[in-house]
Design a protein around this ligand. Sequence first.
Ligand SMILES: [Fe+2]
Length: 399
Amino acid sequence: MGLKKAYCRVYQWIYNIGMKVVKWKEPERLEGVDSFHSIPEILEQAGVWAPMIVTGPRIGKTGFLKDLYNDLSERSVIYDQVHPDPTISQIEEMYQIYQDHDCDSIIAIGGGSNMDAAKALAARVARPDKSLQDMKGQLKVGRQVPFFVAVPTTAGTGSETTIAAVVTDDAENHKYAINDPVLVPDYAVMDPSLTVSLPADITAATGMDALTHAVEAYLSWTYRTEETIEYCEEAVTAIMGFLPEAYEQGDSLEAREEMLIASFKAGAAFTRACVGNVHAIAHTIGGLYHVPHGLANAVVLPIVLEDYGSAVYGKLARLATLSQVACEGSEAERAKEFIRHIRQMNEHMGIPEHLPQIREEDIAQMAEWADQEANPLYPVPVIYDKKHFEEVIRKVAGK
Ligand SMILES: [Fe+2]
């Protein structure tokens, strides 16, 4: 483990130098009630006329989507069949439709899965010479993608500002990410009126996903910058303050808007500072058992934070104080209170403590995938080897 740890830290140190020369982009932000209606104008300004609207069946039936479609040129096309955990074959089907209709831009509307599908489509359009498998990992797209407008209808994934498109390999039931700054959308339209009808359980899970992004990016060993630190602190404070309200009073436009902005900031932060072992484990749970991503993160987060122990007390204590979860006591006490508060939020929102559906016979494979995803790239406070991942996954399963 000593050698592996040293290798990971050196890799991360060098990678961080490389990232300093990468051209990072942040989407133009449009915020506020009814900002959604500005989309035709945005497209016109960008000089594109034939957008493919990518969304799921639930949004496909809504009035606001029909209104948007009517406001766009007759060359627009809607694809409303994205399902959770979009697969490679589905993205190939979308790519065919995009070509058949001679589209020139993409409007992604929805939560994480819809955004992932649309961004993977964008990568495919930019690189017709490469399969999605070929673009797995870092910086493999490398070419301009079509003009891209992201309209989140959940507050959690931060996908409207990230470099990642997560896809599921149907053959292996395994998720992986395509990461490239070219996949950062041109515009993020954050209209809280689109999130008020979100069911409470999805509000809870996606909100905890945003919290996990902010916390993991904050704990980043080396990639964090002044800006990511500030974004994480603001996001954690807003989520601790407004997620319970968004969960309890879904129609609170203030809570919904605060959550959209927090989710955006957490997304922008982890795009630069990275996520960590929580996500590495949660992705294996999502791939194998189709547990929603945010729910898996919500369950794994306090278990991993507890497992990190004293390595994270200082940073968690600061988050606890800023978000007024715990303002007194030693660093260790405030950090433990912060973890306890996450568990309380989970319980209050009906999120279980464990995921007993995790089968013992799958744990070794899950640990291997998590190890491959996290190491050597993720700048985690404590580097896990395969055995350590297995132990933590067993705790997540409640075994
Ligand atoms: Fe996430």
